[in-house]
Design a protein around this ligand. Structure first.
Ligand code: DOR
Ligand code: ZN
Length: 347
């Protein structure tokens, strides 16, 4: 028996679209199902100023195939030189919806990120004044901290002190991977929210390391142990409006993933909605899927919800997704959840 659900068109509150050939290859994969996405600014060089964000937005719109609708929600990459006036002007004009904080060295293209958090105080204070959200990559970069502990340590050493020092600052803890982060978000007032990726609801660290190294499951923050994955599933399916979808779909060509020093990132744009319907059904929470993908994010970002709808249908035969898409400069592997998917976006 097939089963269907209809929900408001979803948004992706954390997405890597890249540039050039890769942008043209991956944008339709997101625009097919999603109305809007928060666009990560970690290009090379990064999108630091309002002028750069405006030009990047134009390149995204130029890459959108005829007949597809999509609204990129732009962000600026926070550096120690970021000018608070430029940030405020980019928000006032409606160009940007958030600023992204990468601790320097934490992940892909984060070299221009923040080393000394005191240096960005004036920007954070201005953002608190104007209500502009700060999206944080929440991992410390201190080499003495174990990679599996970097998120939990970040909360104590960086996130909590910044929030205390900057009352009113609205923070999205991006791609949370631990029960520590889930608990911290739940304990905080509503100016703090968190995105959860599709892949962190599916994989734990065994998927990356047991039976041979699986580079396509390597991302940052790295997947943690099973108890953390279960905490993320509970948070995502709880109906709590502080948790919403940010896929962190992050394409890299296979040659750079299957490499002696493989890049971090899982490419989930293509099959995210099928995977999420599967997860929410497993958790007996299909009625909460719409909140996670389509309602909580706009609520936090103070944007209207989408008027359009999508319908998902669960068929009796598995959905046939491509194992790879053509990334322009080489193949990009689509995230493999490791089990068949029966839900499909049908309208
Ligand atoms: O896995 C990741 N990939 N995590 C990030 O924070 C960055 C992203 C990328 O840009 O490839
Ligand atoms: Zn990301």
């Amino acid at each position: 028996m097939s089963k269907t659900i209809t929900i408001r068109r979803p948004d992706d509150w954390h997405l890597h679209l890249r540039d050039g050939a890769m942008l043209r290859a991956v944008l339709p994969e997101t625009a097919r199902h999603f109305a809007r996405a928060i666009i990560m600014p970690n290009l090379v060089p990064p999108v630091v100023t309002g002028t750069q964000a405006d030009a990047y937005r134009d390149r995204i719109m130029d890459a959108l195939p005829e007949g597809m609708a999509f609204e990129p929600l732009m962000t600026l990459y926070l550096t120690e030189e970021t000018d608070p006036d430029d940030v405020a002007a980019a928000q006032a004009s409606g160009l940007i919806r958030a600023v992204k904080l990468y601790p320097a060295g934490a992940t892909t293209n984060s070299a221009s990120g923040v080393k000394n958090f005191d240096k960005v105080r004036p920007v954070l204070e201005r953002m608190a004044e104007i209500g502009l959200p700060l999206c944080m990559h929440g991992e410390v970069t201190d080499h003495s901290v174990d990679i599996f502990d970097r998120e939990a340590v970040f909360i104590d050493r960086v996130l909590d002190p910044i929030r205390r020092a900057t009352p009113g600052l609205r923070v999205v803890m991006e791609h949370v991977t631990t029960s520590d982060a889930v608990d911290y978000v739940k304990s905080a007032p509503e100016d703090l929210a968190a995105t959860i990726t599709t892949h962190h609801l599916i994989i734990n660290r065994n998927h990356i390391l047991v039976g041979g190294i699986k580079p396509h499951y390597y991302c940052l923050p790295v997947a943690k142990r099973e108890s953390h994955r279960l905490a993320l599933r509970a948070a995502a399916t709880s109906g709590d409006a502080r948790f919403f979808l940010g896929t962190d779909s992050a394409p890299h060509v296979d040659a750079l993933k299957e490499h002696a020093c493989g890049c971090a990132g899982c490419f989930t744009a293509t099959n995210t909605m099928s995977i999420l319907a599967h997860v929410f059904e497993e958790e007996g929470a299909l009625d909460r899927l719409e909140g996670f993908t389509s309602l909580h994010g706009p609520g936090y970002y103070r944007l209207p919800v989408n008027e359009g709808r999508i319908t998902l249908t669960r068929g009796t035969d598995p959905v046939d997704y491509p194992a790879k898409i053509d990334g322009g400069d080489g193949p990009v592997t689509v995230f493999d959840p490791g089990f068949p998917l029966y839900w499909k976006v049908t309208a």
